[in-house]
Design a protein around this ligand. Sequence first.
Ligand code: 26V
Length: 807
Amino acid sequence: MPTTSFDKESIKQSIIGKVQRYSGRTLADATDQQIYQAVASTIRDQIMQKWVTAREQDKTYMGKRLYYLSVEFLTGRSLHCNAVNLCSMENVREALMDLGINWRHVFREEPEPGLGNGGLGRLAACFMDSLASLGMPAMGCTIRYEYGLFRQRLVDGQQVEMPDNWLENGNVWEVAAPDDTMEVRFGGHVESYEIGGRTNYEVRDTHTVLAVPYDMPIAGYDNDTVNTLRMWRARSPREELNFGAFSSGDYDKALERDLANIICKVLYPEDNHAEGKRLRLIQHYFFTSATLQYAVKDFKRRFGTRFNLLPEKITVQINDTHPGLAIPELMRILMDQEGLGWDEAQAIVCKTIAYTNHTVMSEALEKWPQQMVRDQLPRIYMILEEMNRRLCDRLWNAYPGDWDRIAHMAILAYDQVHMANLCVAMSYAVNGVSKLHGEILKNTTFHDYYTLMPEKFTYITNGITHRRWLMACNTHLRKLITEAIGDKWYKEPQALEELLPFADDKAFREQFQKVKQFNKHQFNNMLFQRQGMRVEEDYMYDAQCKRLHEYKRQLLNALHIHVLYNRIMDNPNYTMVPRVFIFAAKASPGYYKAKLIIRYILALAKLIEKSPRARQMLRVVFVENYDVTAAEAIMPATELSEQLSTAGKEASGTGNMKFMMNGALTIGTLDGANVEISEQVGMENIYIFGMRAETAGALEREGGYNPMNVFEQNAEIRRALMQMIDGTLMPESPTALQALYHDLMFDDRYFVMKDFGSYSMAQHRVNEDYQNRDKWLRMAVINTAKSGVFASDRTIREYNEKIWHLI
Ligand code: 26V
């Protein structure tokens, strides 16, 4: 066993002592929350020992460091995974058992930090785990939001949003680092002055905000690495002085404090939709500027002012364009604070910053009104202007006279700042997140740039940490696998492939099935605890869990369930394998259609509940408030994973990988990483349906198709669509779903109707195959066995080889 773990007895003593000291109680009197605090801080003590050593070593480290900037890190709870990474989980469990405490009850007291919307934020969290586990020196940098993503409740068949006050009981895992406080400035005006023939710039009359870091340790698995997730919190520089500024009439000072109080208040809940909101721009600049100032300060501590070394010693990965202001900010620091000239500074910046794109949805590509950037960040705006001027000169040489193309590629055009163009033009690497997505970036989204600078472009397929998404969340499967092939796969997840021969081993398959059954039971426990509901445990579990978005096509799934319902109700002889359809999804509060889709699903669930006959074959559950914790219960219990995005739209998907790793089969389009999943498992072990990306892309460019043909030719669809608006689904508000009906009939831009037939046929195959238990389980085992390449350890190694060159 590993060297790092506390033994069971020390853990017990620590818990008893801490409950006494922190809460003044005996264990018997302590609440679960108090016990949680004691257990968590016991594990934290263990991490701290390592963290201290790691930081000591850091001081003399002369190698390269990664700064991973992301506006979101969706970490999920820490206790369980930290215990796993410290190889203490068994000891903790046994210690708690000895003390007569149910570990599950204690662990669920931990609030989940909801500091992300979905895939992009969760990916950042998986990367932190892999970086530490592979011993790579990295710091994650983000905003310490006071309120995370809203908590979702379902009331009267609709989504209702509630604030997520995740810091209510404090955060055991963070430590403030006030020594590294930075100043971030907003507004003001730029003044220039000449010194020794050089023009210098200074911004006057700014609003200053302090950025105070709160650090969260990220412990690697069974090693000595402890990296840091640095969350910046805004404070007013004049907290006390400013008191009562309003009443004294000093409004500028009051504004300064207000700004500080509001910057980190809340995470914006939009996913795949960019809105040019001023506060968001301020948030992005706030954490980006603080991070780069800190990075340069740390660089100078190590290497003085030898800035030519910077690209060798620092690499900055920007997770989508949100931290893209890192580019002009690093220019500003190097020129205005360190005295470098433009050419020198730009040469350094362009070798230091790398950009990952996460979406090709045009509404998600970030653009800021030029005036807004000029007002809030005048010096940054000046730098962008000069950068744009030089870029356009270069583009003019490459494409003389081709104004349309140049405008399309420019940083500043049509009164907007185009963040993606800034990032592509000025970074040393641009990557997509799956093979298909990488191709689309080259051939479509950034085609003009690809032609000009093809060497920058690459793709690195996403991954998930198998420590959280298999070892921690599916303990029984971890044990079963380890009994079969040993524990090499903990550190080398691709060794999961050694499981392949066991797909043909009947006894193993039966064990695999038993684990699934147990997980279905655990899922029900969670469902009951969260929303007082249980579902049959002998039905097939089919799940679609992801943000609600039209392109992800939860509507396709719902429409198919609706059709099944009609078949059952119309034909007394109709039978199918009984299924529980699990949905879990949050919709952006302002996304009307997404919210309507939730209403449709909930209305369907209700309709089915009313019919005893339908319930014998169908159940629909909508898991409230989908978060990492819910995912950790859903993934292990699922048998069929729904990955239905319109081909070409889902950059990668990572939920698809989590389901697969836990032995679910996929029904999906050839989109994002589904393509690679199908290559891994082979077409005979996956249910692929629907239009290919090329076809869908071409059809979209042609302006779409006429869904009326499908409506006219398919009586089942016709019937379901009519029921959407005739009161069958929502007797109390029969017209509520009108907009969904309308779009399916007249504006089906995500090709739901077009792919329905093919989807329905694939579902038919699923239904047949599931009845052949041996066949199904064999496929399931193959899926787990082939999931090793989707571990984020592989992804991070690839980033390191292709882009970062850290170790
Ligand atoms: C975009 C935007 C647009 C502007 C403002 C706010 C905001 C917030 C989040 C996003 C992210 C959209 C991009 C995103 O989450 N992409 C997802 O990234 C996953 C990780 O690479 C990938 O698996 C998913 O396919 C992709 O949708």
